[in-house]
Write a protein that binds this ligand. Structure first.
Ligand code: NAD
Length: 243
């Protein structure tokens, strides 16, 4: 039994981390996947994966989003995975960082949803999955002002789209991970100077005593993509951080 048999899926930020693991998991669940990322080198690591084609896509570029959807759509499932983490409190965050986080973490999702939704509505079926975080409306996390504000907006965006289209066959849900092993998490740990101490602190946040894996988050994305009786939910997957 393949839960996503004959489903066509668009994934953003599929070059590494959770997006990459999800593209592979969607394909193994029977879907055909268009895996996109701004970084072509990262995308190249997906070459040869059955069921996956890749396209370079900068989700900040409206014309590029429309062009990729026109060429490779229509889609049954959209997984908006692109996002960026900035450090800093409300006082020391640079305004330009906040604007960038808003653009990439929120506006890009509006852009991709607008591009895929008309065809989903025509067919009366579609599943939209947005990457949020438990650092959002669920939980305040120190030193993550821009991130927490924008990921909370993702939860609101998700619920708003879910409410508007629930009677027309469209489901829209958010995934809210705790701390997940990924290339950008590695960068954040290295940037703190003492890598071992930073890693220990990131692990300590999860009562399960470890980081999540991209594959664990990908499993939830596959579930939500195929789930037909849930919409507007923010699914926490966080090693017990928010118990
Ligand atoms: P990552 O941060 O290591 O990789 C992000 C990917 O996004 C990269 O391949 C990059 O090239 C791509 N990207 C960046 N800008 C882009 C753009 N403009 N257009 C298209 N692609 C672009 O991967 P990750 O850590 O798995 O994070 C993926 C998502 O999961 C993000 O939205 C992140 O906020 C969220 N998340 C991650 C964690 C974690 O602990 N890793 C926790 C909660 C939520």
């Amino acid at each position: 039994y393949l839960p996503l048999d004959k489903k066509h899926v668009l994934v953003t930020a599929a070059g590494q981390g959770i997006g990459r693991a999800s593209a592979i998991a969607f394909a193994r669940a029977g879907a055909t996947v268009v895996a996109t990322d701004i970084n072509t080198e990262a995308l190249a690591t997906l070459e040869g994966e059955t069921g996956i084609v890749t396209r370079q896509l900068d989700v900040l570029n409206d014309d590029a989003v429309k062009a990729v959807v026109a060429e490779t759509g229509p889609f049954d499932v959209l997984f908006n995975c692109a996002g960026v983490v900035h450090g800093g409190t409300i006082m020391d965050m640079a305004d330009k960082d906040f604007d960038f986080a808003l653009n990439l973490n929120v506006r890009a999702m509006i852009r991709t949803i607008r591009a895929v939704l008309p065809a989903m509505l025509e067919r009366g079926d579609g599943s939209i999955i947005n990457m949020a975080s438990v650092a959002s409306s669920i939980k305040g996390v120190p030193n993550r002002f821009a991130y927490t504000v924008t990921k909370a907006a993702v939860v609101g965006l998700t619920k708003s789209v879910a409410a508007d289209y629930v009677t027309q066959g469209i489901r829209c849900n958010a995934i809210c991970p705790g701390t997940v092993e990924s290339p950008s998490l590695q960068d954040r740990m290295r940037a703190q100077g003492d890598y071992d101490a930073a890693r220990a602190a990131f692990i300590a946040r999860q009562p399960m005593g470890r980081l999540g894996t991209p594959e664990e988050i990908a499993d939830l994305a596959v579930y939500i993509a195929g789930a037909t009786y849930t919409s507007g939910q923010a699914f926490a997957i966080d090693g017990g951080w928010t118990i």
